[in-house]
Design a protein around this ligand. Structure first.
Ligand SMILES: *[C@@H]1O[C@H](CO)[C@@H](O)[C@H](O)[C@H]1NC(C)=O
Ligand SMILES: *[C@@H]1O[C@H](CO)[C@@H](O)[C@H](O)[C@H]1NC(C)=O
Ligand SMILES: *[C@@H]1O[C@H](CO)[C@@H](O)[C@H](O)[C@H]1NC(C)=O
Ligand SMILES: *[C@@H]1O[C@H](CO)[C@@H](O)[C@H](O)[C@H]1NC(C)=O
Ligand SMILES: *[C@@H]1O[C@H](CO)[C@@H](O)[C@H](O)[C@H]1NC(C)=O
Ligand SMILES: *[C@@H]1O[C@H](CO)[C@@H](O)[C@H](O)[C@H]1NC(C)=O
Ligand SMILES: *[C@@H]1O[C@H](CO)[C@@H](O)[C@H](O)[C@H]1NC(C)=O
Ligand SMILES: *[C@@H]1O[C@H](CO)[C@@H](O)[C@H](O)[C@H]1NC(C)=O
Ligand SMILES: *[C@@H]1O[C@H](CO)[C@@H](O)[C@H](O)[C@H]1NC(C)=O
Ligand SMILES: *[C@@H]1O[C@H](CO)[C@@H](O)[C@H](O)[C@H]1NC(C)=O
Ligand SMILES: *[C@@H]1O[C@H](CO)[C@@H](O)[C@H](O)[C@H]1NC(C)=O
Ligand SMILES: *[C@@H]1O[C@H](CO)[C@@H](O)[C@H](O)[C@H]1NC(C)=O
Length: 513
């Protein structure tokens, strides 16, 4: 018996997550592991949210990276890679055509190279742990930056020299891969199969859910062209942005919703983007009011890291900053049986009627948050105060179920409801816990399992040792040890480090200007 436990101990020690070694050479501070857990929990709880409603943070590549006249272009591409790793999911890319090539505006970086960086990121995050949707919003300058040339493009390069226009389909096939791209044809197909939804349910004008996009169609990237005069030639892979999106520049033309009806009306608009120069305070407000911010602030090369001020407040719309904080390593928790910081509450602050989630002890008694079964913008609280484990649907009012806000707009509806009933500061249980595996935050009640479980979980282990009556010293040690072990569900940062280094070594081809 002891032998088995010892083997287990060694197994667990081998699996023990290693700390990130170094940050030198990186622009942005390393993502804290709890932020990774929080961002992942957001993605997972949004599995049933349609892709046009998934909140995301974006960056305008020209404004943030090239406007101030950066000249180290491999460095700029590295920054793009870092932004993706930090959770930036959309990029506005201004392109100009130069010598039959698409070049990122005011730079010498070809669009091919940019797509290679994206492909590299997509390839390396192509697993259930890290996969997420990426959106590229293209603005292709119609007037070519012409330089009269009479040399034909190299054979097979895909650029049609006689017509002087780039074959976008070929470019994407070569540098990103058809199987990664969710095309207008895929949408057509999903709509015919009845797999698209909007706020009213199944709909022929809706969009697929995030989980169907990632795990059934197995796509990663949506491309759209934003200029008014969308070129039909780009169409096979690229959506016509002006027909599917609400893209605002500088002013939020759809307004900031103040009532439940306004929130619902806003949620019926697809793909709500707002590109502007933000402050840390206002970017958070727009995110909370249902817009996807596109950061168009200008950064000098040596100042780029300060973009994380804007990312800090927006990458997580759900959890409070520095949550979900893992309190299980606290030695005191071992002294008491009824302490388990594995459950989440929605913390409401009456002063500014704002809501965000924090970790709490599952054995504390709180009221719970219930969502109307037919309308995600109608919320109630339970009357009774219960521990997380005593909670069941029957505690909710008729027609309501124990749930949690799944988008910023649903969260906004919760705080407006609480403001309407003049609630004071309060904590409400929501359907989000890590009871099964520490740091693996899941929805679906206290018995929900962790989809990423790779090592011995606390729960399995407890089951295993219960029949053993003799409590040997070894078991004691192991039990204590397991309390400090986290399941290694976070990304392998070392491998990311390697990818960033690879990108940094790429030679950026001199592009004739
Ligand atoms: C999505 O909806 C289905 C059916 O309503 C449900 O079984 C599933 O648990 C939901 N998934 C998530 C992540 O909420
Ligand atoms: C560009 O940045 C990379 C990575 O920081 C560095 O290795 C390289 O020397 C820089 N190149 C120039 C020309 O400054
Ligand atoms: C692009 O490269 C050319 C020569 O290789 C150089 O003269 C020009 O300044 C570069 N442009 C930018 C924006 O870096
Ligand atoms: C990404 O994966 C595809 C095949 O899955 C491969 O052809 C391509 O070279 C990879 N690209 C990068 C940049 O790793
Ligand atoms: C990834 O998730 C999907 C959907 O949840 C599931 O069907 C699939 O089996 C998972 N893949 C792996 C390798 O776990
Ligand atoms: C084409 O290029 C050659 C030299 O490369 C030059 O002599 C000729 O004038 C060019 N023709 C035109 C039409 O630009
Ligand atoms: C280039 O464009 C011309 C006319 O637009 C067309 O006839 C020709 O087939 C194209 N060549 C290639 C290689 O696509
Ligand atoms: C563009 O490239 C694709 C293959 O990648 C090819 O099927 C298509 O005919 C090309 N279009 C033009 C106009 O050359
Ligand atoms: C793109 O959509 C806009 C608005 O719906 C429309 O006016 C335009 O003609 C479309 N462009 C193409 C190429 O279909
Ligand atoms: C946009 O906002 C600015 C101030 O932020 C205002 O001066 C301007 O009139 C607004 N434009 C429109 C079209 O609403
Ligand atoms: C949903 O239904 C309501 C009334 O039934 C209608 O007013 C609204 O336009 C519909 N929304 C969408 C996005 O179809
Ligand atoms: C972002 O948040 C992290 C963790 O809270 C903090 O270490 C970092 O200094 C913040 N960055 C900025 C620019 O505020």
């Amino acid at each position: 018996m002891n032998g088995i436990l010892l083997a287990l101990l060694i197994y667990v020690m081998v699996w023990r997550p290693r700390r990130c070694l170094c940050d030198e050479g990186e622009d942005l501070p390393t993502v804290a592991s709890q932020v990774q857990y929080g961002v992942r929990s957001q993605r997972d709880l949004m599995g049933n949210v349609t892709i046009d409603q998934v909140p995301m943070v974006g960056v305008n590549v020209y404004d943030t990276l090239f406007k101030s006249g950066r000249n180290n272009e491999s460095r700029a591409l590295m920054s793009v890679m870092e932004l993706m790793q930090h959770g930036v999911q959309s990029f506005v890319i201004d392109l100009e055509q130069r010598s039959n090539q698409l070049i990122l505006r005011k730079s010498n970086v070809s669009f091919d190279k940019f797509l290679n960086v994206l492909q590299s990121y997509v390839n390396n995050s192509d697993n259930n742990l890290s996969a997420n949707m990426m959106v590229l919003l293209l603005r292709i300058s119609t007037e070519m930056v012409t330089k009269k040339t009479n040399q034909s493009s190299p054979a097979g390069s895909g650029y049609n020299s006689s017509s002087q226009s780039v074959n976008m389909t070929y470019l994407l096939d070569q540098n990103l891969g058809r199987q990664r791209i969710y095309t207008p044809d895929d949408l057509e197909n999903d709509r015919e199969l009845g797999q698209t939804y909007n706020t009213n349910g199944t709909s022929k004008v809706g969009w697929p859910t995030l989980s169907s996009f990632l795990y059934q169609t197995k796509r990663r990237v949506v491309l759209a062209e934003l200029t008014e005069t969308s070129n039909k030639a780009y169409m096979p892979y690229v959506f016509n942005g002006s027909s599917i999106m609400n893209f605002d520049l500088n002013n939020a033309t759809l307004g900031l919703p103040q009532t439940i009806n306004q929130i619902k009306a806003l949620s019926e608009k697809s793909w709500r983007y707002l590109e502007a120069s933000f402050t840390p305070a206002d970017i958070k407000v727009y995110m909370d009011y249902g817009y996807n911010p596109i950061i168009a602030n200008e950064y000098a090369a040596d100042n780029f890291a300060s973009i994380s001020e804007l990312l800090n407040t927006t990458l997580m719309w759900s959890w409070e900053p520095n949550e979900p904080y893992s309190r299980t390593t606290d030695r005191n928790t071992l002294k008491h049986n009824l302490v388990a910081y594995n459950c989440a509450v929605l913390h409401y602050t009456a002063l500014n009627s704002s809501a965000a989630w924090i970790v709490d002890n599952c054995y504390t008694k709180h009221r719970g948050l219930c969502r109307n079964k037919g309308n995600g913008y109608l919320w109630r609280t339970t009357v009774s105060y219960d521990t997380y484990f005593e909670f069941s649907e029957s505690k909710c009012p008729n027609g309501f179920e124990f749930s949690l806000p799944k988008t910023p707009l649903e969260q906004l509806a919760v705080s407006q409801y609480l403001a309407n009933i003049s609630s004071e500061d309060t904590n409400l249980w929501i359907d989000m816990n890590s009871v099964y595996v520490n740091d693996c935050w899941v929805t679906g009640g206290p018995h929900a399992t962790c989809p990423y479980q790779r090592a011995v979980s606390k729960r399995n282990f407890v089951k295993m040792i219960t029949p053993v009556t003799v409590c040997s010293f070894v078991i004691l040690i192991i039990v204590c040890y397991l309390n400090f072990v986290r399941v290694p569900i976070h990304n392998n940062r070392k491998s990311w480090k390697r990818i960033v280094n690879e990108v940094s070594k790429w030679e950026v081809d001199g592009v004739p200007s």
